[in-house]
Unconditional design. Structure first.
Lengths: 356, 356
């Protein structure tokens, strides 16, 4: 299996899609990527488990990191790949076509092409993005080889309709446990109903108007939602416990601590919060000089990224990052995911314009 | 194993308690009860599975039914029986002592003693009261031998602190399913949160003032409670479904149909109800002549029974019924259930006074 990085982008994407690489099973695709990149003298190639790093070392003033993950969510009868349409309407279908082998194809082709880029580039192709944080390849090399991720600006090839989606929102999950007093429901007045006690909380959530916040010129839409509720043990018992789990998605102008304080002291004041998990957001970083050149090369106004992505990992290391890749993000993980060929081309050309 | 029905009531109760009879395992205790009753010529004894029926046939104008169940909930390290205290403070402990072998002991002793009662009596000792309705011994003979349960008044020996608890409340369980539209929680505005949609329902339940209703001179306290709530499938998904289960305990002036209509058209108007299960209540029937004599013999003002019991089965057959037995109903099913010896005696003496 030798990947042709200089031929047709659609053929390259289909070959990548057909190399099944559900999280944990990235060896074959990582081998193929490593072998293909090692054929280019302008790249120094290294490997860490199933993560492949390739970089130029031209002594440029600036270094850019461009990363994409090789793994996919489980296959759902959507392999091998197929296409529909022709020309400008050609779509490539199959598991991973959208999330995010389209981005990987673009990055591989650009890595081969950009032998003398105007900025040094570190290309990262990594494993285990779709599963628990502890397995994430990017998180692993942030510990084992932090220099592989250093740079003044990073691009993550997640699907963004071939536009620039800046930064990402933070996410916080908290649990509120309402308590009461159990009793037989035939003598309900001897108890205190914990499910009824959730009424003021849900009423507050129902009335809550999520904020829209402009950060570095991009507008973020927050959200605060109950994502789980559970209470009651039997059809004849007044429940003494009701647990509500909330998810707060917050704009990247706030730290995790500020997000917790906002819920605790403001929106949900009066309820006792227990933080279940949290991940900081990432500012879009479009005020960086490299970013301005990138935006000009892409030629479209950037928009805010709402979902949490690995750009936050770069942000946490002090590297501003954006999402930029072919494919509609709402098709990520969908069984009918696909990637438009036209977006493969436009993303590839934008990267080459920016870095040539 | 021969039960001595004419000796010490405490000894009789302890023998019954020590005959383990968790629902489905009543054969040994039913055998002992049948054998003991067959020794009395004034009783006609019949058996149906593990239900024992014994009745006088004196041609009296009136027939009374007195019933008690032989089974218990599962043993929880509380067998064999033991006692604490002495004299008026003697307590008999162990599984079934309260619910309801105390009542069974009283009824067996009275059945032996009342050779020429002033009213004909049908004594019923039955199986499978503590488990699903379909197994209930009383329900079974209501179909196979309806004449065994016919009479103008019935007494059920369920624990009632040796006082008369009249009738029972009905119970109705309904389910309300709130729906919404699923979305990723990072783009919450594309969804519609079904858990938040429960806010108006829970607010209505929280504000609901349960009614107190006088029926045949007894005051019943109703209750309307959420007994279960469930919604949400993942920490990053706006839930499109939230299910709330409610239990309505209603006074016996209402039929099941009236109870459903009251929720549907009044308290919970605007929500779509699905009836999960329902059991009618029973009026106390204390306006019957036999009841007045019974109340006089017991010598204490009757009170309303809140929990659902098999008195409702008699009521459904047109036989007014009350609960009357030793033991505190709040100790039924408790691991530390017990029966006060003084209540055994007072219940026995009241039955004998009434029917001699």
């Amino acid at each position: 299996m030798v990947l042709d990085l200089e031929g047709d982008l659609v053929a390259l994407l289909r070959t990548l899609v057909d190399l099944e690489s559900v999280s944990g099973n990235e060896k074959a695709i990582a081998d193929a990527v490593e072998e293909a990149l090692r054929r280019y003298d302008h790249l120094e190639v290294e490997r860490d488990a199933d993560l492949v790093m390739a970089r130029t070392n031209l002594g440029r003033d600036e270094r850019i990191v461009i990363a994409g993950h090789l793994d996919t969510v489980p296959v759902a009868g959507n392999l091998p790949s197929w296409t529909t349409g022709e020309g400008d309407d050609l779509l490539i279908w199959g598991r991973g076509s959208c999330d995010m082998k389209g981005g990987v194809a673009v990055q591989l082709a650009a890595a081969a092409r950009l032998a003398e880029p105007n900025r040094d580039i570190t290309w990262i192709f990594y494993d285990n993005e779709e599963i628990a944080e502890e397995f994430n390849g990017l998180a692993r090399v942030a510990r084992s080889h932090p220099d592989w991720l250093s740079g003044s600006f990073a691009v993550l090839g997640e699907p963004s309709n071939a536009g620039i989606e800046g930064g990402c929102q933070g996410t916080l999950r908290v649990r509120i446990t309402l308590t009461g007093r159990a009793a037989h429901s035939a003598r309900a007045w001897m108890g205190d109903n914990a499910i009824h006690a959730a009424a003021p909380l849900l009423t507050r959530l129902l009335a809550y108007e999520p904020r829209q916040i402009v950060v570095d010129g991009l507008t973020y839409r927050e959200g605060l939602n109950a994502v789980k509720i559970e209470g009651g043990i039997a059809g004849n018992v007044i429940p003494d416990r009701c647990v509500v789990e909330l998810n707060y998605r917050f704009a990247p102008d706030k730290s995790v601590e500020q997000a917790v304080a906002y819920l605790r002291d403001d929106v949900l004041a009066g309820f006792e919060l227990e933080v279940v998990d949290a991940a900081a957001g990432a500012r879009p970083g479009l005020d960086q000089p490299a970013a301005a050149a990138f935006v000009a090369a892409v030629g479209a106004a950037p928009s805010a990224k709402f979902g949490w992505t690995d750009v936050a990992r770069f942000a946490a290391m002090g590297v501003p990052a954006v999402n930029f890749g072919p494919g509609n993000p709402s098709k990520a993980h969908a069984d009918d995911e696909f990637c438009p060929a036209a977006e493969l081309t436009s993303c590839y050309e934008a990267l080459v314009r920016w870095l040539s």
